[in-house]
Each structure stands twice: as structure tokens, then as C-alpha cells.
Design a binder for this molecule. Structure first.
Ligand SMILES: *Cc1c(COP(=O)(O)O)cnc(C)c1O
Length: 392
């Protein structure tokens, strides 16, 4: 094969060369006296990306799923009632985890293409006058469907009901890419992972926790069994700049550089860049006859990933296989009930308009090869028009 392979799945994302090189270092002593300053700097800068003044951020050697588990185990007890909604593969998996860990899930089933049902949450919370609901779960960006939800709206629903439940957010494919304000939105637990907006390989699970979540943990009320993901040992060692077990030292060297890049760019600029990139992809989809976003309206569209229905009679699996086999381009698959019906273009992380024009071109060719009746170049032209006339 000549040239490079092209990666447009919504994680792992493309890694800047500076980040990749920063991880090519000899193994180091994670108990060395000068390691603490390095760790304390990382933990402090993670709070900046989370937009967290108080509270803290944990870094686990795990994928994002581990941070999901840590959030639940350290603040809740088996049998607790929690409010959740399901509208895609990732929100579905978090519900599954909550049930397996013994929580009683009050579930809002939402059609795929929409997100967190804020009005339903508001009604349920205002009716829960005895406060049996201990936590409210949200998936800010449903990566399977390309849908972004209104987390500030959920905060408002909690506040107007005067409800004390903890607010959980899955921000794996949103934090560090699109607006997320942990402190301002009163988020209590916010999960992320290294391989999406943070532009790193998989292997670090991030968990932002508010002072309120830390207090819930310290009260000894949560009675769920926990060990590896327990906060007790982590807090004790993190406060001195160390970890209770071997940290992923190379990934953390990469994280140092990705955080430097993110903070130098500025979060507002990163959010604007993602919106600019995403809009080009959406223009392309609109120009492809018979294709449509899975997101069911402009209020739901995601700036980190687009899930795209293929035209009737065109199997999305053929599009994905063709793009990879013939054009060396990885597109995201349709997950669960979207298998065969949709493919995804990940547009988060370290990208630029020319890379995205490449992704759109590959998808367009693969769509036509799979039988879609679209005008050659229509999507690319629409994206070019946007990238030329606007800027990040
Ligand atoms: C990727 C993703 C996850 C899972 O994270 P892992 O790092 O694969 O464990 C969870 N939620 C969302 C929204 C995701 O995009």
C-alpha cells in the first residue's frame, strides 16, 4: 500500500505528531522524587479542560468505560434509584452497566436521533418530592447517532425541582471538543477518555468530580463494592503527586503535550474549530441524494461525529467496507440497530478541512460504488464551499 491510511472513526482519533513523539520515551520511575510535580501539573490542567474550579479530576489507567464504573461505585449504593435515558449504543451500555451494578434504573426510552429528554426529566424530577432518585444520568454526545444533548437544561430541571440528585455526564466524545462547563453547569461526575478529543491512544479514563460528589463519597453513604476504581487510595496518593498503582507513564507524557496544545489553542477556539469542521460534513450529507443525518433535527446535531443514513437499498456495511478496501479510509460503523443503515464520519480531534474533504470524497466514492445515485463531487463541492466561505 502506498500513501497513508485515513482514519475518520470517532475514536481513536488522529494524533498530532508532537503528541505521538512525546510518548516515544524510555520507561521511567513513577515513584521518583521529581515525578510528583509532573503528575500534579497534569491533574491541575485536566481541571482547566473540564472547566472545574473546585473538585478534582482522576486519571485511571483504563478506557472511558472504567471511569463510568468509578463514577457509579464511589457515589451510589445497590438498590438506589437513578434516572437514565437510552437513545444510542453508548447511553444503552451505561444503562446496562448501572443495572449490572445493582441500581434501579428509571428509564426514559428515546427514539434514536434525539437525545436526553429534558422535559421528561424535569417532570419526573418535580414529581419526585421524596427524592428517591439519587442520580440523573446524561450522555452529552451520543457517539452512535451523532446527537448532542442539553446538559445545562438538565441542570435547570434539577434546580427548578429543587432536587438534590447528583448529575452524571458521559462526556467521552464531547469534553475537550465541544462546549462543556463542569462547574457552571453544576455537573457532579463527568466521564471522558483519552482517545477522542484528547488526541491520544486509548488507555486513560478521566473522571471529573465535583465537591458535592466528593462529599457524597466521603459521607460513607455509598455502599457499592469497589477496589480498582476506588477513590480513597487514589485521593491519598494523588494529593502527593503519585498513584496507588502503576500509572500509564507514556500515555501521560502524551497527555502533557496534548494538554499543552489544547490550552494554548484555547477551549473556545477548539469548540469553534469543531463546529466549523462539522458543518462542512453536514453540507456534504445534505448534497448527497437519499442520505440523511441520523440526528433528527438541527437542535440535536453533533460537532464531533455525524451518523449518516444511506439511501434506501444501499447497505452501509458495503460503504464502510468499500471505503476501507478500495480507498484506505476508515469510516465509523452503524452500531446496534443502525448496522447496515448508517455509517459515521468522526470529525473530532486533530483535523483540518483538507483531511475532511478527503473523508467526504472517500465516503462519496464508496457510496456510489455501493449503488447510491449521487452526483459525483456533490458532497465535496458543498464542503469546499463552506470551508472557503467560513473559517474556524
Ligand atoms: C467511546 C465512548 C465510550 C466508551 O469509551 P471507551 O474508552 O471505549 O471505554 C463511552 N461513551 C461514549 C459517548 C463514547 O463515545
Amino acid at each position: 500500500m502506498h500513501g497513508t491510511k485515513h482514519l475518520f472513526i470517532p475514536g481513536p482519533t488522529n494524533i498530532p505528531e508532537e503528541v505521538r513523539r512525546a510518548m516515544n520515551v524510555p520507561m521511567e520511575d513513577m515513584r521518583a522524587p521529581d515525578y510528583a510535580d509532573f503528575v500534579l501539573g497534569l491533574l491541575a490542567d485536566m481541571k482547566k479542560v473540564y472547566r472545574l474550579d473546585n473538585g478534582r479530576v482522576f486519571i485511571f489507567p483504563s478506557s472511558g468505560t472504567g471511569a463510568w464504573e468509578s463514577a457509579i461505585q464511589n457515589t451510589l449504593s445497590p438498590g438506589d434509584t437513578v434516572l437514565m435515558s437510552r437513545f444510542g449504543q453508548f447511553s444503552l451500555l451505561w444503562v446496562d452497566m448501572a443495572e449490572r451494578l445493582g441500581l434501579k434504573v428509571k428509564l426514559c426510552e428515546v427514539e434514536w436521533g434525539k437525545g436526553v429528554p429534558v422535559e421528561d426529566y424535569a417532570r419526573i424530577l418535580s414529581e419526585d418530592t421524596t427524592h428517591t432518585i439519587k442520580a440523573v444520568f446524561t450522555t452529552q454526545n451520543e457517539t452512535a447517532t451523532g446527537v448532542t444533548s442539553d446538559i445545562a437544561g438538565v441542570r435547570k430541571a434539577l434546580d427548578s425541582a429543587n432536587h438534590p440528585a447528583l448529575l452524571f455526564v458521559d462526556g467521552v466524545s464531547s469534553i475537550g471538543s465541544i462546549p462543556f462547563e463542569m462547574e457552571k453547569w453544576g455537573v457532579d461526575l463527568a466521564v471522558s477518555g483519552s482517545q477522542k478529543g484528547f488526541m491520544l491512544p486509548a488507555g486513560l479514563g478521566f473522571l471529573g468530580v465535583s465537591d458535592k460528589a466528593l462529599a457524597a463519597h466521603a459521607s460513607n453513604a455509598p455502599k457499592m463494592s469497589r477496589c480498582y476504581f476506588s477513590w480513597e487510595d487514589m485521593i491519598k496518593l494523588n494529593d502527593t503527586g503519585y498513584f496507588p498503582y502503576t500509572p500509564a507513564t507514556q500515555l501521560m507524557r502524551g497527555l502533557r503535550v496534548s494538554l499543552d496544545m489544547m490550552l494554548a489553542d484555547g477551549l473556545e477556539a477548539i469548540w469553534a474549530r469543531h463546529a466549523y469542521h462539522a458543518e462542512g460534513v453536514r453540507r456534504a450529507v445534505a448534497a448527497w441524494d437519499g442520505c440523511e443525518l441520523v440526528a433528527s433535527g438541527p437542535e440535536w446535531v453533533s460537532d464531533t461525529v455525524s451518523a449518516i443514513y444511506t439511501p434506501d437499498g444501499v447497505d452501509a456495511r458495503d460503504v464502510i467496507a468499500g471505503a476501507y478496501g478500495k480507498y484506505q479510509t476508515s469510516l465509523g460503523t452503524g452500531l446496534n440497530k443502525l448496522a447496515g443503515r448508517a455509517f459515521r464520519i468522526g470529525h473530532l480531534g486533530s483535523l483540518n478541512p483538507v483531511m475532511l474533504c478527503g473523508a467526504i470524497s472517500a465516503a462519496e466514492m464508496a457510496l456510489m460504488d455501493a449503488g447510491a445515485k449521487i452526483t459525483p463531487g456533490a458532497g465535496v463541492a458543498a464542503a469546499q464551499e463552506h470551508y472557503r466561505s467560513a473559517s474556524a
